[in-house]
Design a protein around this ligand. Structure first.
Ligand code: RFL
Ligand code: PHB
Length: 386
């Protein structure tokens, strides 16, 4: 088999890249290790920047998002029960869209007309440092080979693409946090119209949502915590303790549809190009979810990569692919900084002690008193320019 671009991974990054290439008339095959049901069952992000919304439209996959997604004008921050609302519309005339990653994935799968190979095992990348790269994989006991011009590694943090690059060619920057997020999905109306990010001495909590009838809540837990140790009742009790009393009172609880723990990590690999292999999305970088940036960053990467690959294929110009890595890394590091900062402000860090908490309180008080600081948060949360 032969194609222009082999895309590894059918998460949001791979599916969006595939869709943009197909619309431009560039041939691409997506190889995904899991089944479609598995891919659609992963509960992850919930907040889309305007740039991501625009990209869904460009991909001709935005109709349901506009019908069912919720436009949010702001968020609420809470510090030991003291609340402060940030109105992005007033501050910088921008909004975000609350629409689940599962739905984004579903819409992109439905929009796609070209082939996606699911349950592709033992995917291997070959000769991407030459003019003739190829990818092999196994499916139903048979080995297949695809020759191509370019390979796009969109296979997430644990994928094979980054691991295929010689370690000497890669510089990685990493920070792990001594905690994770325990998340619960529940068929109950959200406790508030907007998202609430709460700092509390017992740890961070987030009240998010998927629709007017489905809510998503998170609490900070120790990194080694086991999900089995958290009954639904224990989760709700802990969440209430971390919210201010009126919010805790208004919380509508129910049986968990899904409950899982995600570790928190900051990670960047540089560069993002190795010959004819390009990394994008979580394959290249991870942010802690506190800034709602991971999915959006994956989307801005592939918007740039799609343009570069279209130019390289149709116009035979390498300007875009030559510039790709340096261009997207600029934006990636700014999102890394913002996500790290939001995480530092809102979580409890056992090692920083009482001094650390007073600094966090000062950061929150400064934010409450400074229009400039609020604008800065709003600008980063709603998304820096693409
Ligand atoms: P994905 O989604 O991990 O998809 C990678 C795909 O590659 C496949 N794969 C392979 N395929 C073939 N061969 C192999 N060897 C393969 N290895 C892996 C995988 O099966 C998978 O289908 O990466 P992608 O596309 O880069 O997308 C990134 C986003 O999923 C991620 O950044 C976000 O979910 C992060 N995130 C959030 N981002 C936001 O923008 N806003 C949010 O509100 C937000 N909340 C979150 C989040 C992530 C969370 N968790 C669980 C880490 C909340 C949480 C709790
Ligand atoms: C979510 O709804 O899953 C969500 C929302 C905002 C975040 C992280 C996760 O910052």
């Amino acid at each position: 088999m032969r194609t222009n671009v082999v895309i590894i991974g059918a998460g949001p990054a791979g599916l969006m890249l595939g869709r943009l290439l197909e619309l431009a008339g560039v041939d691409a095959i997506i190889l995904e290790r899991r089944s479609p049901d598995y891919v659609l069952g992963r509960i992850r992000a919930g907040v889309l920047e305007q740039g991501t919304v625009d990209l869904m439209e460009r991909a001709e996959a935005g109709t349901r998002m506009h019908a069912e997604g919720l436009v949010h004008r702001g968020i609420e921050l809470s510090f030991d029960g003291d609340r402060h609302r940030l109105d992005f519309s007033d501050l910088i005339d921008r909004t975000v869209m609350v629409y689940g990653q599962t739905e984004v994935t579903r819409d992109l799968i439905e929009a796609r007309q070209s082939s996606t190979v699911y349950e592709a095992e033992e995917v291997e990348l070959h000769d991407f440092d030459t003019a003739h790269p190829r990818v092999t994989y196994r499916q139903a006991g048979k080995t297949h080979r695809i020759d191509c011009d370019y390979i796009a590694g969109c296979d997430g943090f644990h994928g094979i693409s980054r691991q295929s690059v010689p370690t000497t060619a890669l510089t990685t920057y990493e920070r792990t946090y001594p905690f994770g997020w325990l998340g619960i999905l529940v068929d109950q109306p959200p406790v508030a119209d907007e998202l609430i990010y709460a700092h509390h001495a017992r740890g961070f909590a987030l009240c998010s949502q998927r629709s007017h009838t489905r809510s998503r809540y998170y609490v900070q837990v120790a990194a080694d915590e086991k999900v089995e140790a958290w009954s639904d009742a224990r989760f709700w009790d802990e969440l209430r303790l971390r919210l201010n009393p009126e919010t805790a009172e208004a919380l509508k609880t129910g049986p968990a549809l899904e409950k899982s723990i995600a570790p928190l990590r900051s990670f960047v690999a540089e560069p993002l190009r190795f010959g004819r292999l390009f990394l994008a999305g979580d394959a290249a970088h991870i942010v802690p979810p506190t800034g709602a940036k991971g999915l959006n960053l994956a989307m801005s990467d592939v918007a740039a990569l799609a343009d570069a690959l279209i130019e390289a294929t149709l116009e035979k110009s390498s300007a875009g692919i030559d510039a790709y890595s340096a261009k997207v890394l600029q934006r990636i590091w700014k999102a890394e900084r913002f996500s790290w900062w939001m995480t530092s402000l809102l979580h409890t860090f056992p090692e920083t002690g009482p001094f650390g908490r007073r600094i966090q309180r000062a950061d929150f008080d400064y934010l409450r008193s400074s229009h400039a600081a609020q604008q800065s948060l709003a600008e980063n949360y709603t998304g820096l320019p693409w």
